[in-house]
Design a binder for this molecule. Structure first.
Ligand SMILES: [Zn+2]
Length: 242
């Protein structure tokens, strides 16, 4: 068979694999980013909980200050007991104490509720921090796996590039130019297998005369429609028995 055709078939195999690897390597940052997404989601939720926690602590503190003021107030009122002269004054005094005490109780209740919410929030933070730790571990493992995978691909690519260049040097210059042009136009597929009388690239039926010429393999024939360089299965078989 035509040795040049054999070179082109192999060259296309190299080129397609090179293209595939380059594409994967380009997508490497996306893969890493998507592996990190679960961790990032948890960290965002964690930050939100921490912000809530800070706001709750502030509210609790302000409640505690308010409570202290109210307790002082109550004490001052109680201390006035000795100044009271009449029964009416005494009744008014009791009423004032009652009002102030109620207000103090309500503030106290509020503070207790704040303390409870702070505690619940801290518990939620603790649980989410556990999840974050697990997500971080999972990401570390996946990241290491991806980095190994991409390093292997980069090595394979360097190897393929060398082999591709060696092979390309063996192809006659005008033919290589024709192949390269077609490769660009046809997304990597410059060479197509002819099957049942149809071009494997564009799937169109070819004239019997052309099919017969491809079968002989003396000359490199183009598909009449997409102009890909045609080969047949027996050209491949010849390769494997070499
Ligand atoms: Zn075609």
């Amino acid at each position: 068979m035509n040795l040049q055709l054999q070179y082109l078939i192999n060259l296309q195999k190299f080129d397609l694999r090179i293209f595939q690897i380059q594409d994967q390597l380009r997508k490497a940052p996306e893969f890493l980013k998507s592996a990190e997404t679960p961790l990032q989601d948890i960290l965002i939720r964690l930050q939100a909980l921490k912000n809530t926690g800070e706001a709750l602590v502030k509210q609790r503190r302000s409640g505690e200050r308010e409570l202290a003021t109210q307790e002082d107030q109550l004490q001052k009122i109680r201390n006035r007991l000795s100044e009271l002269k009449t029964n009416k004054e005494y009744q008014a005094h009791l009423f004032e104490i009652e009002l102030t005490r109620k207000k103090k109780d309500s503030i106290e209740e509020n503070v207790l509720e704040m303390m409870e919410r702070v505690e619940q929030n801290e518990q939620a933070i603790k649980e989410l921090e556990e999840q974050a730790k697990e997500a971080q571990n999972a990401f570390d493992v996946e990241k290491a796996r991806l980095e190994t995978h991409f390093a292997n691909l980069a090595n394979e690519l360097a190897d393929l590039d060398r082999q591709q260049k060696t092979l390309a040097d063996m192809v006659e210059k005008p033919l290589l130019a024709r192949y390269t042009r077609l490769k660009t136009m046809r997304k990597g597929y410059a060479v197509a297998q002819l099957r049942n009388g149809a071009c494997g690239g564009c799937q169109l039926q070819l004239p019997p005369q052309l099919v017969a010429e491809v079968k002989r393999g003396d000359e490199l024939m183009d598909c009449s429609y997409c102009h890909r360089i045609l080969y047949m299965a027996h050209h491949l078989e010849a390769e494997s028995t070499e």
